[in-house]
Design a protein around this ligand. Structure first.
Ligand code: CTP
Ligand code: CA
Length: 225
């Protein structure tokens, strides 16, 4: 459901968002992936839509239903996500990267199931494109928002990513512990921009997503003005 018109801070804006994990195949039956459930990204897509934005979501494999009135494009690998983003980015005002994109993919994808032989097995991996970094580096880049999931030095690493990737905002969260993040229904975020930051306290991801959407809308309006 959309909010009343007066509260729709993103009315008329187009948001492109990535969500979920990616899967990098090794052979027809195996892949490398990560613990992202896609919950935060899907909740954020819904919350941005509630603020009146038109939302296109490029989603990796998840078990989640598509939020109401969100256009969803399903992808599997980081390269597919990259292509889906790059073909649509020119039409968007805001780009939000919530996806947990695999940093590396296997160099070769075996045509047949890999059989076990030796006691050791080495995987040869190659870097995937940095989707968020490439979007932010475009000459006519949209307002870009990234995420930083970190196990330690959360704020320092997130601020470094904000500067290094030249983002407009980054949402940082602690992962890999009892603090929330991946595989949790609750989470907390620190939202960081060039000259400020704000704390969004531990709460269910659906509520947290609404607060983050408000925060994105506020900064976008200042940037856009
Ligand atoms: N991201 C992306 N494409 C990639 C890797 C990351 O778009 N190939 C985006 C994520 O969606 C997230 C942000 O970049 O919004 C930061 O991801 P993260 O994994 O925390 O940072 P990296 O830049 O990949 O650095 P590292 O994993 O080494 O910390
Ligand atoms: Ca990474």
């Amino acid at each position: 459901a959309l909010l009343p018109r007066a509260a729709r801070a993103l009315e008329g804006a187009c948001v492109l968002l990535t969500a979920g994990p990616t899967r990098e195949p090794l052979d027809p039956v195996r892949f490398l992936s990560n613990r992202s459930s896609g919950q935060m990204g899907f909740a954020l897509a819904a919350a941005l839509r509630e603020l009146g934005a038109s939302v296109v979501m490029i989603a990796g494999p998840t078990a989640l239903p598509t939020p109401p009135s969100v256009e969803r494009i399903d992808v599997e690998t980081a390269l597919e996500m990259y292509l889906a983003v790059m073909t649509r980015v020119a039409d968007c005002d805001v780009f939000v990267a919530t996806a947990a994109v695999a940093d590396y993919r296997p160099v070769n994808v075996a045509e047949h199931k890999i059989k076990k032989h030796a006691d050791e097995f080495t995987l040869h991996l190659v870097r995937n494109p940095d989707i968020l970094g490439e979007v932010a580096a475009l000459t006519a880049s949209p307002f870009t928002v990234g995420f930083a999931a970190e196990t330690d030095h959360v704020i320092d690493y997130a601020r470094a990513k904000l500067q290094h990737k030249q983002l407009n905002m980054i949402a940082a969260n602690q992962v890999g512990g009892a603090q929330g993040g991946f595989e949790c229904t609750d989470n907390a975020l620190t939202v960081i921009w060039d000259d400020g930051q704000c704390e969004l306290p531990m709460q269910p991801k659906s509520q947290l997503a609404r607060q983050l959407a408000q925060c994105i809308a506020e900064r976008y309006q200042i940037y856009h003005a």
